[in-house]
Design a protein around this ligand. Structure first.
Ligand code: ARG
Length: 740
């Protein structure tokens, strides 16, 4: 599961979503519902396991010691856990989790986590997305520019070096400046002259701070991926749902320089000799077996107020659902008829589809599971608690009413603000025009060398930009996007370009989009290159693409300040609310929200009852894959080789009761970013890879639902069966430590 987004894969949310979430969701923080957590609820910090969870875990079936789980002086289980990122641990969150499974640096993660990497190596002639990819020797493994693997070296609570130095009267921006200043020195020291990456992160809404030290490897190669008909079986129809039959895994390998240190790609690099790798259980799982999951969950909002839920469900999500739905429709039309387009847009499409469905599910389940009412009852308890003491009333009396006020301020301007900022990341012409900002200012200043430098840099990015773009998708996304914009934002809040479209194009958005594509230097590689050979301010200023981009920027700018102020106030309000809840009842807020830091969740293998009279078994099988087979539906095609293995029952040592178990459920508490995380049994052996959450609990990032919430995992024996019997990559099987 990756983040708000992709539940399980944080990656899903890149691009557009970055802008969106930065403005909307990251400003939320949430509330839990249970006075004493059921053991399955909680994403726990590894350094607190000993104090908070260990006894409980032992009772449930864990046979490892605390030191075998987390130890900074000796190798421990945490040394097998990897955060995957595009550019390293300090650059932002991890998009997924992976785990080391051999003494030669082999990694398992999800198929949807490796999807962009597989796409980047695919062409219509070598379509690894469709056909799968297997390196039969190390020499055939493929290097990747945008995959880094980080190991946590250690973590430390630094709250006492931060919080006492922040005065209560600081504005939010001054507060974050002060935090940067306070943490800069400790980060520098912990980095040991650049050997490590270091980040300091806020917990409990900013009431505590922890420091994290990472070792990051940048040469991570693609080793194997099943065809999408296995790795993405069931497609977007089955996504976010159980029963599931997806072989959602991909294999990578970490390489180091000859001394074992991190190094960028070099063909002479050697496979990592890891401190620790996970043994793999061949025994399978049964109901109630202990299961723990380690990884990097991205974002939860368990302490969000009822006002935050109202804002999300009634203001934010409807806009995303509309805009994303339209983008998917436009992409699909072209992807279905053009193989190259189908490959080039695969990752973007999957990411948007994942998020789109997630928001539809969240909207539905937040209402169905009555999460708003649960929050209101906590808020009522909080109000009567502080009401009993004048001192507490002074401290907390305004927290909820301020939050309510600021959310309603955001509600007033969110839609026009969102459309204006979304345009920049969703429309290629607008986004590309925006990247010419430094050239524009050099032209305005008549700075000759500045103009030359900017133009040269832009020539390179121009090539990259157009390489990945299908003009037909670009053009239609523009006309449809403008239409949506005009339908959903009040006339007096529309950017000025809409007046021009009305006057000169009679509100015909197709005609306007055609005009942009026929004339704009930002819509064609040829025109852009020609312009960059002879940059001119006059040409730029009257370019339709430029006029449009500028008008969006101005429109967004109008709301920027008030949006920023309301968001800061919400951040502060949430921090105070969480502090208050902890003071009211320390048991109520035991674990911090997910924030892309290493967490452990424990629970067990478990079935569920999704509705009255309906029971969902905790595992699925290859027979179920065959039941779902539909050769006429691309999402449910079963590859011929897999059918043959099924027909002849050629299952090797991976079968159970004459069938192959494909996926199973646990009640672990995870979210987006946990995608690819190891599911580990009581002996510390790998039993599966977490890859999704279930539909009935799509509200789970805001409120954990013990009766309904499940993690969907691919059984490790299905992974091994595909590697061994389907792909014939016995070279990989030999590297693993299998426990019979
Ligand atoms: N829901 C999964 C997650 O967020 C991603 C599944 C990808 N599969 C798909 N059909 N889009 O991590």
């Amino acid at each position: 599961m990756k983040r708000i987004l992709p539940m399980l894969s944080g990656m899903i949310m890149k691009g557009l979503m970055t802008a969106f979430f930065a403005f909307f969701l990251f400003s939320f923080t949430g509330t839990r519902m249970y006075a004493s957590n059921p053991p399955d609820e909680g994403m726990w910090l590894p350094i607190l396991i000993e104090r908070l969870n260990y006894v409980d875990m032992e009772k449930m079936g864990l046979h490892l010691t605390e030191q075998e789980l987390y130890d900074i002086n000796h190798s421990s289980l945490k040394d097998a856990i990897v955060g995957l990122s595009g550019g390293g641990a300090a650059a932002g969150g991890f998009f997924c989790t992976a785990e080391v499974v051999s003494g030669e640096g082999l990694l398992f993660t999800n198929h949807h986590c490796g999807y962009n990497a597989v796409q980047s190596h695919s062409t219509p002639e070598h379509d690894y997305l469709t056909d799968g990819f297997w390196a039969m020797t190390k020499g055939e493994e493929l290097s990747n520019e945008n995959v880094c693997a980080s190991f946590l070296v250690r973590m430390e609570n630094v709250t006492d070096s931060v919080i006492p130095f922040l005065s209560d009267t600081l504005k939010e921006s001054a507060r974050s400046d002060k935090i940067k200043e306070l943490t800069a020195k400790m980060k520098k020291r912990a980095s040991e002259n650049g050997k490590y990456e270091v980040s300091v992160k806020a917990f409990y809404g900013g009431n505590e701070y922890y420091l994290f030290v990472f070792l990051t490897y940048k040469d991570v190669r693609l080793v194997g991926a099943p065809p999408s008909s296995i790795g993405k079986f069931g497609g977007d129809t089955d996504n976010w749902m159980w029963p599931r039959h997806t072989g959602d895994f991909t294999v990578f390998r970490i390489y180091t320089d000859s001394t074992g240190k991190p190094a960028s790609y070099n063909k002479n690099n050697i496979p990592l000799k890891p401190k620790f790798h996970l043994p793999i259980s061949m025994k399978g799982v049964k109901k109630d077996d202990f299961a723990m999951i380690w990884g990097y969950p991205g974002t939860t909002n368990r302490y969000m107020t009822s006002f935050g839920i109202d804002y999300a469900v009634n203001t934010v999500y409807p806009s995303i659902i509309k805009i994303f739905g339209k983008r998917l429709e436009v992409m699909k039309e072209r992807m279905d008829v053009d193989k190259k387009v189908n490959i080039d847009y695969a990752g973007t499409y999957a990411g948007i589809a994942n998020t789109w469905k997630n928001f539809i599910g969240q909207t539905k389940m937040l209402v169905k599971n009555k999460v708003g009412d649960k929050k209101k009852s906590i808020e009522a308890d909080f109000t009567s608690w502080y009401g009993k003491s004048p001192e507490l009333t002074k401290k907390y009396g305004a927290v909820l009413s301020d939050l309510q006020k600021n959310y309603s301020q955001m509600k007033k301007i969110a839609v026009p603000f969102f459309y204006a900022t979304m345009a920049g990341s969703g429309l290629d012409v607008v986004q590309f025009a925006g990247s010419f900002g430094s050239l524009k200012s050099a032209l305005e200043k008549k700075n000759k060398s500045g103009i030359k430098d900017a133009a040269e840099a832009l020539k390179k990015s121009t090539k990259d930009h157009f390489k990945k773009i299908d003009p037909a998708i670009s053009r239609k996304t523009l006309s449809e996007g403008l239409k949506l914009y005009s339908q959903n934002v009040a006339k007096d809040q529309l950017p000025s370009v809409f007046a021009l479209i009305e006057k000169d194009y009679n509100n015909d958005f197709n005609a306007f989009a055609d005009a942009v594509f026929n004339t704009s230097i930002f819509a064609s590689e040829g025109k852009a290159m020609e312009f960059l050979d002879k940059p001119s301010l006059k040409v730029m200023n009257k370019d339709l693409g430029s006029v449009m981009a500028q008008s969006f920027q101005d429109a967004g700018g109008k709301y920027m300040t008030s949006m920023g102020e309301a968001r800061s106030a919400v951040t502060a309000g949430n921090r105070h609310f969480i502090a208050g809840l902890r003071e009211m009842d320390p048991k109520l807020v035991r674990y911090p929200d997910a924030n892309s830091t290493l967490r452990m969740s424990y629970g067990k293998v478990l079935d569920y009852y999704p509705a009255d009279a309906v029971h969902y078994e905790y595992y699925t099988t290859l027979s179920g894959v065959m039941q779902k087979e539909d050769p006429n539906n691309e999402e449910f095609i079963v590859p011929a080789k897999l059918k043959e293995l099924y027909r002849t029952k050629d299952f090797g040592p991976y079968a159970e009761n004459g069938d192959i178990v494909t996926c199973f459920l646990t009640n672990n508490d995870i979210t987006g970013g946990n995608s690819g995380s190891p599911v580990i049994n009581g002996n510390g052996e790998l039993i599966g890879l977490a890859f999704d959450g279930n539909w009935e609990a799509m509200s789970g990032d805001i409120s954990f639902e013990p009766d309904l919430q499940r993690t969907i995992n691919v059984d490790i024996r299905y992974v091994l069966f595909i590697i061994d019997k389907y792909a014939g990559a016995t070279n990989l099987i030999k590297e693993l430590t299998l426990v019979k």
